[in-house]
Design a protein around this ligand. Sequence first.
Ligand SMILES: NC(=O)C1=CN([C@@H]2O[C@H](COP(=O)(O)OP(=O)(O)OC[C@H]3O[C@@H](n4cnc5c(N)ncnc54)[C@H](OP(=O)(O)O)[C@@H]3O)[C@@H](O)[C@H]2O)[C@@H](O)CC1
Ligand SMILES: Nc1ncnc2c1ncn2[C@@H]1O[C@H](COP(=O)(O)OP(=O)(O)O)[C@@H](O)[C@H]1O
Ligand SMILES: [K+]
Length: 510
Amino acid sequence: MYGVWTVEQIRTAEDRLLAVTPDGALIRRAAFGVATHALALLRERTGGVAGRRVVLLVGSGNNGGDALWAGYYLRKRSVAVTALLLRADRAHPEGLAALRRAGGRTVEVPAEGADAEALVSGADLVVDGIVGLSAHGSLRGAAPALVAAVRAPVLAVDLPSGVDPDTGAVEGDAVRASVTVTFGGRKPVHVLGRGPARCGEVRLVDLGLDLPEPELRVLEAADVGRRWRMPGPDDDKYTQGVTGIAAGSSTYPGAAVLACGSAVRATSGMVRYAGWAADEVRSRWPEVVATGSVEDAGRVQAWVVGPGLGTGQAGRDVLAAVFDDGVPTCVDADGISLLAKYPELWDRRDPDAAVVLTPHDREFARLGEPLGVELGPDRVAAARALAARTNSVVLLKGNATVVADQDGRVLVNPARSSWLATAGSGDVLTGLVGSLLAAGEDPLFAAACASWVHVRAGELAADGAPISAADVLGTIPAAVREAVLAAGRRPPLHRPEGATALCDDEPRHG
Ligand SMILES: NC(=O)C1=CN([C@@H]2O[C@H](COP(=O)(O)OP(=O)(O)OC[C@H]3O[C@@H](n4cnc5c(N)ncnc54)[C@H](OP(=O)(O)O)[C@@H]3O)[C@@H](O)[C@H]2O)[C@@H](O)CC1
Ligand SMILES: Nc1ncnc2c1ncn2[C@@H]1O[C@H](COP(=O)(O)OP(=O)(O)O)[C@@H](O)[C@H]1O
Ligand SMILES: [K+]
């Protein structure tokens, strides 16, 4: 798990450190990190560093200062450095002097006697020091044309210019980097909105900041693996938590099949199905115990309700019956629309039973609007507000998934590809959330771990080509295995040939 700090948190910590650090030390520490990563990138892409052409795009603040100082260090390694000054009158004076001292070339934009765009397109590496933490809005002035002329990999200083530091939103022209070198701690731009797609690989340079509790957290494989419920010798099909799925209809039986399938693949316990698609579910998943109604389904430890259910009276009655059961519940898709349409359904909910809502943007708007919660560019604030307003965990879908609970805790899961944007993929996610709730997981972590496995299963299934939601079902076990192994746990019954060691959850004798 790693932390993510807001711009304000980072700035406060920087100010405290600046007050006790010699003048210019911090910016040189940051710039040295930029230069180190620039050299590695040059070596990787061109096979060397001496004589390679690096162009610095230099804006009016300390972000440009970082780039200029990095240029100074690159000159020490005989790199040919040209700085394009977008605001020559406001370029960082010490950085500028250092670069010139080391033999770097500086060109004012608009360029006199030099074609700035040609310089950019002829570079082996471009360093984006246009704007950093003080950014507001998209690129402006000469910057968009220069960025459009880039042919080489871009190393962004702190963040890709044009992307909002606190939300990752992109509203116009913005840099697309191969590598982003950031300082002190990751910021929201690195994990939210369009940020991850624009940042490329994010590398962290330690500045020695004393940071408070992070605003957001990101789960990694080992965090998921440590929490994943694995059966021990005393377990049977009931003790691991039975997942109930109330989904699908004669119009949408596929939603039921997919949600059941993901719960089957994610756990080794039992899955029960209740609804109009019992025949379809049975024929695809013979291990599911399927009945026609929630009332007849038998005991479950958690319900999934909503996918493919329809938004009419019949669907309303299913949701009411699920709430009457008083167990943790994941409400998705039509379930969310039903809550928006029949708000009195909330009264059927047992206030002590957790609810996880898993809306996409339109479902969020439908539910949030009457409650006074708007979905703006700040998706963390929106998810938090809806979670507080509904006393639920909210998993807001998207390229970066945001999970917030009623206490304000937020976990973010940035995707590294977009193959999951395929019909039925949300139904797979819902089944995963339900199975983790049934296993007794903390609802915030149930939602976030489900999202992690969903994203990883999607990556494994896609491997660079389009996938169907059913393909994602197939790679859920591989994603879980990866998480469990990353946590240093061995899946039960997995014993190397001839080994006598017992698995983690078995008692050890003598
Ligand atoms: N603090 C520290 O200890 C350390 C800080 N470090 C570094 O400092 C960076 C923050 O530097 P910073 O605060 O000087 O501002 P920075 O982001 O360079 O912006 C400068 C000016 O750009 C302008 N501008 C705004 N939007 C724009 C746009 N879309 N397109 C074009 N221009 C735009 C705006 O000017 P305005 O428009 O208001 O005239 C703004 O004032 C930080 O990201 C990190 O790299 C590291 O060295 C580590 C130590
Ligand atoms: N561009 C994207 N990149 C990565 N993941 C995405 C993207 N768009 C959607 N997803 C993910 O795909 C799933 C889609 O869910 P949903 O919209 O409910 O689809 P459906 O209703 O067809 O099942 C969510 O988990 C969401 O986070
Ligand atoms: K930048």
